[in-house]
Ligand binder design. Structure first.
Ligand code: UGB
Length: 609
């Protein structure tokens, strides 16, 4: 090792400490010094002073070095390249013009929809689920992890339980009954609480072996265009999140992707932490991927112009052609520079011509593992510094390299096929991202709120849709504004995944009947059938049956059901003891006389009004 750098006057104290430093740490320091990072080690204290802080600092450098493919030196090289491009104002889409991507429209429940669901349903034992849950959810302002928030507050099912219930339902329907692999990416911030949630709830009925927890690490912040790593204070780097694209690197470096492929998994579905409807789309989306041989299938909605979701487009030019998510902040300038001087505006359909990215992705395992091996899982890093002056020579605050999981197709060649499957919004995309004040402002300006209340609203709407497809007469109650966010009071329908995961299954189990007003229907169990069930007014009916319990439900029920109670300002205040998951939506439900039937022993039963 060349230690000539230690003669630098700034490093006199480092030199005095040198013999106390482990060999691997010395080597890392030398390689960083060779990259112009001397400032990281300047003005050290003399040996004997702050030795613990020095050790912790060097240990953290070694750890960060090991976490990033190519190590810290690789990170600095990547940063310099991307920062130079950013400074030069390089247009990432230079020479490319957006066109419509290849797409399958499943916004209506047509026979095509059912065809794709049937194909997908045959694949349940060859599907794995990847949940990215490392984000803090700062926009939501919730103090715990987002997976612990209830997706609905009639029974207060958390997102994590809801996802686990779906996995159990998929594997119960698969030929082999093989557990569906469940990969969860956490971060330092979300990891301990995610694991605690799984442990306390006995993995929600999943087997511990089917759950793979991968932890994403933070990356160092960068202080300038030369890639100088930024210090919080002496002996402490500033670290920041690297984005959800880390999932690809972790699936590669952990060996989990290769293992799942070897185990016969053919597709992975990637979902976000608080998008409750993700699983509604799974059977049909997998069916579309299989039928059309998509290596990468982006699930999408009709995007409102200007909406804060990326637009999916085929980018064509310079002999290149690839389908990609263009983030919402890049879409408007790209459109202005190419096909539409007005930018990100609606077309004659009232929507943006480019489908909106739900960030629910179905990726084919075969091509995925090949691409991970070639790229080491580093997916299209980007940098987004906020410059403090026009010459772009300094930043307002340190920046960092980031990645997004939807950017994987940037590594695709001509042989990989990318498609887009468009679903109706309530069926596929209702994330819980915004606090109630921001949600109201979004509604006021004509956008979707993407809040706890709208997520719950869509949860019930999807239940209603399944009943309607199965032939039940469904009449919605009027919308009510709660803290500036619209909420349809009923019918509130929860059909648990145990009951139905495809439209076809719902059709087999529901015949006739009607549901209207502010009523509630909750069904949980694989062998429950609804025979001309009628619910109206505020009536609530809850039927739950264990495996082996066959229940026929019939007749017109009538009871006081659940009442929606708006929280007072005091109840919503920080001091109030009301649970935070209720405060973030502004209401709760109270049981005023719902009829609840639970069957915990196998057998034949009838529930009659
Ligand atoms: N996440 C991680 O696991 N790790 C991280 O470091 C960061 C996030 P955000 P974002 O649904 O409306 C995406 O922050 O990135 C997880 C798409 O890019 O909520 O701003 C996190 O826990 C955009 O095209 O979203 O925007 C969460 O589960 C659009 O689709 C997920 O990543 C947008 O989502 C998303 O994180 C949207």
């Amino acid at each position: 090792m060349d230690t000539a750098f230690l003669d630098n006057a700034e490093l006199a104290d480092l030199k005095a400490n040198w013999d106390t430093i482990a060999a691997n740490q010395q080597e890392l320091i030398a390689s960083l010094a060779a990259e112009g990072q001397v400032a990281l080690f300047a003005d050290w204290d003399a040996p004997g002073t702050n030795d613990d802080a020095k050790t912790t600092f060097l240990d953290s450098l070694v750890k960060i070095d090991g976490n990033y493919p190519g190590g810290l030196v690789g990170y600095i090289h990547n940063a310099r390249k991307l920062l130079a491009e950013s400074k030069a104002g390089a247009n990432p889409f230079e020479g490319l013009s957006p066109e419509q991507p290849e797409k399958v429209d499943l916004t209506e429940f047509t026979t095509d929809f059912e065809k794709y669901e049937a194909i997908g349903a045959r694949q349940f034992n060859k599907v794995g689920i990847v949940l990215v849950a490392g984000g803090l959810g700062e926009r939501l302002g919730y103090n715990g992890i987002k997976l612990d928030i209830a997706v609905e507050v009639l029974e207060s099912t958390t997102y994590l339980k809801h996802y686990a219930d779906n996995l159990l339902a998929l594997q119960a329907r698969s030929e082999s009954k093989r557990p569906v692999p469940f990969v969860i990416m956490v971060s330092q911030d979300t990891g301990p609480k995610t694991i605690a949630s799984l442990e306390t709830n006995n993995y929600f009925g999943l087997s511990k072996d089917q759950v793979h927890i991968l932890q994403q690490e933070l990356v160092p912040a960068i202080a300038d265009n030369d890639g100088a790593l930024a210090l919080q204070e002496k002996y402490e780097l500033i670290l920041k999140p690297h984005g959800h694209g880390d999932i690809h690197m972790l699936l590669h470096t952990s060996g989990v992707a290769a293992k799942l492929k070897a185990d016969g998994i053919e597709h992975l579905m990637f979902i976000q932490d608080t998008n409750g409807p993700s699983f509604n789309t799974l059977p049909a989306a997998i069916g579309v991927s299989v039928e059309n041989e998509y290596d990468f299938n982006s699930l999408a909605i009709r995007r409102k112009a200007g909406e804060a979701v990326g637009g999916l487009a085929k980018l064509v030019g310079d002999g290149k052609e690839f389908t990609l998510n263009v983030e919402y902040n890049q879409l408007d300038p790209l459109l202005r520079a190419t096909i539409n001087p007005e930018g990100d505006v609606a077309d004659e359909t009232g929507f943006s011509p480019f489908p909106g990215n739900c960030n629910t992705l179905v990726i084919r395992m075969e091509s995925y593992v090949r691409i991970l091996e070639a790229s080491q899982g580093i997916i299209a890093e980007f940098v987004n510094p906020k410059y403090s002056d026009e010459t772009k020579s300094a930043f307002k605050k340190p920046t960092r390299l980031e990645t997004m999981m939807q950017d994987l197709p940037k590594l695709f060649g001509k042989s990989e096929k990318v498609g887009v499957t468009i679903f109706s919004r309530m069926w596929s995309f209702s994330p819980n991202k915004n606090n109630v004040v921001d949600a109201a402002a979004k509604i006021a300006s004509g956008g979707p709120a993407d809040s706890s209340a709208t997520a719950e609203n869509d949860f019930y709407a999807a239940g209603r849709a399944r009943l309607a497809v199965a032939g039940m007469k469904v009449e919605e109650a009027a919308e009510k504004m709660i803290l500036g966010v619209p909420f349809t009071i009923g019918p509130k329908v929860i059909l648990r995944p145990s009951f139905a995961v495809t439209l076809d299954e719902g059709c087999d189990k529901v015949s006739g009947g009607s549901i209207s007003g502010e009523s509630t229907l909750i069904i949980d169990g694989s062998d429950i059938t609804l025979d001309n069930v009628e619910l109206s007014g505020s009536t609530a009916l809850v039927v739950k049956a264990c495996a082996g319990a066959k229940v026929i439900v019939k007749g017109a029920f009538e009871n006081a059901g659940f009442a929606l109670i708006e929280l007072t300002e005091q109840e919503r205040s920080a001091e109030s003891e009301v649970s935070e998951y209720l405060k973030i939506r502004g209401y709760k439900f109270e049981n005023k006389g719902a009829e609840i039937f639970e069957f915990n022993e196998p057998g034949d039963y009838t529930v009659e009004a």
